[in-house]
Design a binder for this molecule. Structure first.
Ligand SMILES: Cc1cc2nc3c(=O)[nH]c(=O)nc-3n(C[C@H](O)[C@H](O)[C@H](O)COP(=O)(O)OP(=O)(O)OC[C@H]3O[C@@H](n4cnc5c(N)ncnc54)[C@H](O)[C@@H]3O)c2cc1C
Length: 491
C-alpha cells in the first residue's frame, strides 16, 4: 500500500485525502492548526457562530462530488440550500441592485437602472456561460505540468477564445453602462483577489456560477463542508493529525522521502502533497538548492493577491435591512483598487461586504445578527509589516455603515478583528494574501504553479496557490485533480 503524506488540512488537502484513501492509499494528513478546513473555519463565541473565509458558496456539486466518488450520499455529510435573492448591492445614492438567478427579475431591475444593460443581459449570460463551459472542459479538470501544455493546438484555441487579453471591466462595458451595475459585476474580480481593471475577462465566468447556477448556504454553517470531508476521510482510514506542524520535506536525489514534524518525528512517504500556500511553504520546507525552479528570488518577486480586513460582530438585535449577503459599495471603484494595489493602503472609502448567515439559519446566532464584515485589504509588505492603524479603521467601517442606515455600534455584544497579519500567521499565507499570487498579470492568472513539482518527482500541490486557483470549489477541484493524477499514474 503506497504511503501518501498531505501537509495541510484545507479543502484541497481534504479532497485529495478522500479520493486517495478510497483508492487504496495509506493517507496521513498533518495540519498545524487545531481545526480542519484551513481558511474555512467555524468561529464560535458568546452564543454567536461565524464562518471565517468562504461565506459565498457556489458549485455545490464539486463538494458533493468528492463524497459521491467514495460511494456515499453527500446528504449524509452536508446539505446545501439555494439562496433566492442572494446579494443586495447597495450604493451611496441609496439605490440597490439585487442579484438573483431569476433572469426576468434581473432584467426588470436593469430596466430601472440601465436600459442598455436590460437589453443585453441575456447575451451577457450566454457569453459568461460559454466562458464557463470552455473552462470546465479544457482547464478545470487538468493538472498542468508545463507551459507547453497550454500551447497544444486544442488548448491554445480554447485559451484564445476565453478573452484572455481583455480586462473584466472592459468586457462588462460591452453589456452594461450604468456605473452601479458595472461595479456590481466587476466585484467578481475580488473573488480571485484581483482588480477588475487588470484581471482577464475570463473570470466573468463567476457570473455564470452566481447568476445561473446560484449561491448556496450549507446548513449549520459552511464549515460543515470541511467537517463532512474530514468525517468521510476518517471513515476511509485517513489519519488526520491536528496541531502538528510540518517543518521540513526531506529530499533525496529529487525525490521526497519523508517529512519532519515540529515535534521531531519523521514520517516516511511515497508521495507528498502540499496544501499550504506555496509561496510561504516552499522556502520553509525545502532547501533552495532542491527547488531550482522555485527559487527565493522568484518568490520575493511574486505579486500577492489582495488580503482582507475582517470584523466578526455579534449583535443583540436583528437589523431589518440585512439579507444573507450584501455589499455597500464605494463611490469610486477605480480609486479603491488604486489605493489597494498602487498606494498599498486600506481604502478611504471601502466597499464593505457583509454576510449575515443568521438571516437564513437562525441557529447560527439566536441572540441577534452574526455579521461577517469584510473589506479588501492590501497584502503585507515584503518584510511582513504594515503601517495601517487597524483599530482606527473600525471607525471608517462603522461610520460608513451608519450613513447607509446600519447602526451597528450600539448593538455590539461580540467583536473580533482579523487582519492580514493574523491571516498570514494562522494560515501561513504569503504576505497575508488570500489566494497566493494575484491574477492581475495574464501570466499569473493563467499560468498558475502547476500541480506537480518540476523539481521533485513525487511532490504535488493542491489549494488556492496552484492550478486552477483560489475559491473553495476551485481548491477542491485541485485536490481531486491531484488525486486522479497519482491514481492514474500508478495504474
Ligand atoms: C476572508 C476570506 C474570505 C473568503 N471568501 C470566500 C468565499 O466567499 N467563497 C469562496 O469560495 N472562497 C472564499 N475564500 C477563499 C477560500 O477560503 C480559499 O480559497 C480556500 O478555502 C483555500 O483552501 P486551500 O485548500 O487552499 O487551503 P487553506 O485553507 O489555505 O489551508 C491550508 C492549510 O494548510 C495548513 N498548513 C500550512 N502550512 C503547514 C505546515 N507546514 N504544516 C501543517 N499544516 C500547514 C494551514 O494551517 C491551513 O490550515 C475566502 C478566503 C478568506 C480568507
Amino acid at each position: 500500500m503506497k504511503k501518501v503524506v498531505i501537509i495541510g488540512g484545507g479543502l484541497g488537502g481534504l479532497a485529495a485525502a478522500n479520493l486517495l484513501a478510497f483508492n487504496g492509499y495509506k493517507v496521513k494528513l498533518f495540519e498545524k492548526n487545531t481545526h480542519v478546513g484551513g481558511k474555512l473555519k467555524r468561529i464560535q463565541s458568546d452564543g454567536y457562530t461565524f464562518d471565517f473565509g468562504p461565506n459565498t458558496i457556489t458549485m455545490p456539486s464539486v463538494f458533493k462530488g468528492i463524497i459521491e466518488q467514495t460511494d456515499k450520499k453527500s446528504e449524509d455529510y452536508f446539505h446545501f440550500k439555494k439562496l433566492d435573492i442572494h446579494t443586495n448591492n447597495h450604493f451611496s445614492n441609496g439605490t440597490t441592485f439585487s442579484f438573483s438567478t431569476d433572469a426576468d427579475y434581473m432584467i426588470s431591475q436593469l430596466n430601472e437602472m440601465d436600459v442598455f444593460g436590460a437589453k443585453h443581459y441575456k447575451k451577457y449570460l450566454k457569453e459568461v456561460t460559454r466562458l464557463y463551459e470552455l473552462s470546465q472542459s479544457h482547464f478545470l479538470p487538468r493538472t498542468f505540468s508545463s507551459l507547453t501544455e497550454y500551447l497544444s493546438p486544442s488548448l491554445g484555441r480554447a485559451f484564445l477564445s476565453v478573452r484572455p487579453f481583455e480586462s473584466l471591466d472592459h468586457f462588462h462595458r460591452r453589456y452594461f453602462t450604468d456605473p452601479r451595475v458595472l461595479q456590481s459585476f466587476n466585484r467578481y474580480a475580488t473573488y480571485i483577489g484581483s482588480s477588475p481593471y487588470l484581471t482577464p475577462a475570463t473570470f466573468s465566468m463567476i457570473a455564470h456560477l452566481e447568476l445561473i447556477d446560484g449561491v448556496y448556504y450549507t446548513s449549520g454553517g459552511n464549515a460543515t463542508i470541511a467537517e463532512g470531508l474530514a468525517k468521510r476521510a476518517k471513515e476511509l482510514g485517513v489519519h488526520i493529525h491536528l496541531n502538528q506542524e510540518v517543518i521540513k520535506i526531506n529530499i533525496d536525489n529529487q525525490v521526497a522521502t519523508s517529512i519532519k514534524l515540529a515535534n521531531g518525528e519523521t514520517i516516511e512517504a511515497d508521495e507528498v502533497i502540499l496544501n499550504g500556500d506555496l509561496l510561504a511553504s516552499l522556502p520553509q520546507l525545502i532547501n533552495e538548492n532542491d527547488r531550482p525552479r522555485f527559487s527565493n528570488v522568484t518568490i520575493q518577486n511574486a505579486e500577492p493577491s489582495i488580503s482582507a480586513y475582517v470584523l466578526l460582530i455579534g449583535l443583540n438585535t436583528r437589523l431589518k435591512d440585512l439579507i444573507h449577503h450584501q455589499v455597500y459599495f464605494s463611490q469610486n471603484y477605480q480609486e479603491e483598487f488604486n489605493e489597494l494595489l498602487v498606494k498599498k493602503q486600506l481604502p478611504k472609502d471601502p466597499s464593505i461586504y457583509i454576510c449575515n448567515s443568521s438571516y437564513t439559519d437562525f441557529s447560527m446566532s439566536p441572540k441577534g445578527d452574526n455579521l461577517f464584515i469584510l473589506v479588501n485589504a492590501p497584502p503585507l509588505s515584503r518584510d511582513g509589516t504594515t503601517n495601517e492603524d487597524y483599530e482606527y479603521y473600525k471607525d471608517v467601517i462603522y461610520q460608513k455603515l451608519s450613513r447607509a442606515g446600519l447602526n451597528i455600534r450600539p448593538h455590539i455584544e461580540y467583536e473580533q478583528l482579523i487582519t492580514p497579519q493574523s491571516i498570514k500567521q494562522e494560515y501561513n499565507a504569503f504576505r497575508g494574501a488570500l489566494y497566493g499570487r494575484a491574477s492581475n498579470r495574464r501570466m499569473d492568472a493563467f499560468f498558475r504553479t502547476p500541480n506537480r513539482s518540476k523539481d521533485i518527482a513525487n511532490l504535488y500541490f493542491v489549494g488556492g496557490s496552484t492550478h486552477p486557483g483560489g475559491g473553495s470549489p476551485m481548491v477542491v477541484i485541485s485536490g481531486q485533480n491531484v488525486a486522479n493524477l497519482i491514481i492514474n499514474h500508478d495504474k
